[in-house]
Design a protein around this ligand. Structure first.
Ligand code: FAD
Length: 461
């Protein structure tokens, strides 16, 4: 099915909004006519990996779960579009065996033998230190080490860093986040590439998302509703009531608002959009503050299918002027063309909004890998603009200076019957798929320890 999300350009079709994905769920809900008068055990807001893990863990444990998702698909910031039998990854892509939560899931859904390789080979801190480095921005760190770098080293490093953190300035991005990534990547550039940019699914991320969703659905315990952005969450002592304002199908009027009730709620909406939901009682002040400040990552990720087969093992940088900053060969399509992926920095003057001017986007590809007599033959361009996406407003999490120490604890704090889970405030691989699975599982377990499964003995059959 075709999602409303994402864009595709080809010479024949021009720029088109909406691309197909395994993650689109049809029918878009399986609500019984009585849904608004039921008391579900748990309502989960958001069907990204955090929410999917929570619904799966709860449904197989026997709880009656309601999933509410704003989009027409599962996967959130990790989803793939299968076009002509080839997956383009719009968001989260690369996974690794050093990421324990996601690795367990590959085996569960028979994806462990379906791993592809992107980059062709040929081609613990103590709390004092955390406090110190969390105060520092990337600009502060550059000032400390600039004298140690040649202009070329500085240029390469800035290019790489600008797409790692996705910030618009060096001042707004935390240096601590970089140290955290560096530790996760085993303090090695080689491991950085292996862990962060190499292994991906032959069938795309949406196939792992389907694994989680389909297993939960098969229990008979999952009710779901897509295209249903949550506007209000009211927690009274005995139940959580969640109101949605359904998005109409393109061209049709939106349906009336609806409310659903459950004993507990898990809110998995990303940091940058959490403040948009009205909570009663209100969200903790620190949660609202953190959400309004937001993380800084506004990177662009753009795929291209290129007739130039010689580009399969190429890695290319263009900095500080190129609108696509770093790209590399990511695969070979069934048509025998090279698939390259590139990331664009959010720095002022070069921040690419790929759909706003497709000619600009095509020119950015020519600038990145053309030149020296090579004309790049672009057959297709595929992307999702996360910066403009109303349900994410950013890419992977990268906090501002001072945010880790000040806000992570309150962001993880539950409020009454509502738990908050997200890759954006996970403990381990924060900002990654692995962090989403970790935190969704944590929230599901917490609820399972306090509501007996027998609580729905009188459940409608
Ligand atoms: P999300 O996936 O954002 O899920 C939250 C869900 O809540 C969404 O489906 C959203 O639609 C829904 N929602 C929001 N508001 C509402 C509302 N009001 N009502 C109802 N629903 C709502 N990670 C890796 O491990 N490897 C990578 O290679 C990698 N690359 C990335 C590249 C890009 C371009 C991006 C954007 C991310 C990348 N990540 C990567 C990070 C990874 O994708 C995320 O950390 C992870 O998918 C987040 O999962 P989540 O469930 O916490 O949040």
């Amino acid at each position: 099915y075709r999602s409303r999300d994402g864009f595709q350009w080809t010479k024949e079709t021009g720029l088109q909004a909406g691309i197909p994905s395994l993650g689109v769920i049809r029918p878009s809900n399986n609500l019984p006519s009585t849904a608004q008068s039921e008391l579900y055990d748990v309502v989960v807001i958001g069907g990204g990996y955090t929410g999917l893990t929570a619904i799966r863990d709860l449904a197989i444990a026997g709880y009656k779960v309601l999933l509410i998702e704003a989009r027409d698909r599962i996967g959130g910031r990790s989803w793939s579009s299968n076009i002509d039998n080839y997956p383009y990854e719009m968001g989260g892509t690369w996974i690794h065996w050093n990421q324990p939560f996601v690795w367990r899931e590959l085996f569960r859904y028979d994806l462990s033998t379906k791993i592809d390789i992107s980059i062709a080979k040929e081609g613990g801190l103590n709390s004092e230190a955390v406090a110190k480095y969390d105060k520092m921005s990337l600009a502060d760190r550059f000032a400390e080490v600039a004298h140690d770098m040649t202009p070329l080293e500085r240029n390469m490093f800035e290019a790489f860093l600008s797409i790692t953190c996705g910030s618009q300035t060096w001042e707004e991005a935390s240096f601590f986040e970089f140290l955290r990534w560096w530790a996760l990547m085993n303090y090695s550039y080689t491991d950085f590439i292996a862990l962060g940019l190499t292994y991906k699914f032959q069938t795309g991320q949406s196939s792992l998302a389907r694994g989680l969703f389909d297993e939960a659905l098969a229990t008979g315990n999952l009710t779901y509703v897509f295209d249903a952005p949550v506007t209000n969450v009211v927690d009274s002592a005995d139940a959580v009531s969640v109101t949605v304002a359904p998005r109409g199908q393109p061209g049709a009027a939106a349906a009336a608002t609806a409310s659903y009730r459950a004993r507990r709620g898990i809110c998995t909406v990303p940091l940058n959009v959490l403040y948009k939901i009205n909570f009663t009682p209100p969200l903790l002040g620190a949660k609202i503050e953190a959400s309004k400040l937001g993380h800084v990552n506004r990177v662009s990720k753009v795929h291209a299918e290129l007739a130039n087969t010689e580009l399969r093992s190429v890695g290319a940088f263009s900095w500080p002027s190129g609108k696509l900053t770093y790209g590399f060969g990511d695969g070979t399509t069934p048509a025998g063309n090279t698939h390259m992926v590139a990331f664009g920095s959010a720095h002022a003057g070069i921040h690419l909004q790929p759909e706003e001017n497709i000619e600009d986007t095509l020119a950015a590809w020519q600038n990145l890998v053309g030149g020296e007599g090579r004309q790049v033959d672009i057959r297709r361009v595929v992307f999702h603009n996360w910066h403009k996406d109303e349900f994410a407003q950013g890419a992977w999490e990268w906090l501002r200076p001072g945010m880790s120490t000040k806000y992570l604890d309150p962001l993880r704090e539950r409020q009454g019957n509502v738990l908050f889970a997200s890759a954006d405030w996970a403990m381990g691989w924060r900002g990654f798929i692995d962090g989403a699975i970790e935190d969704g599982g944590r929230a599901a377990k917490e609820i399972a320890s306090e509501i007996p499964v027998a609580s729905h003995a009188n459940w409608r059959v």
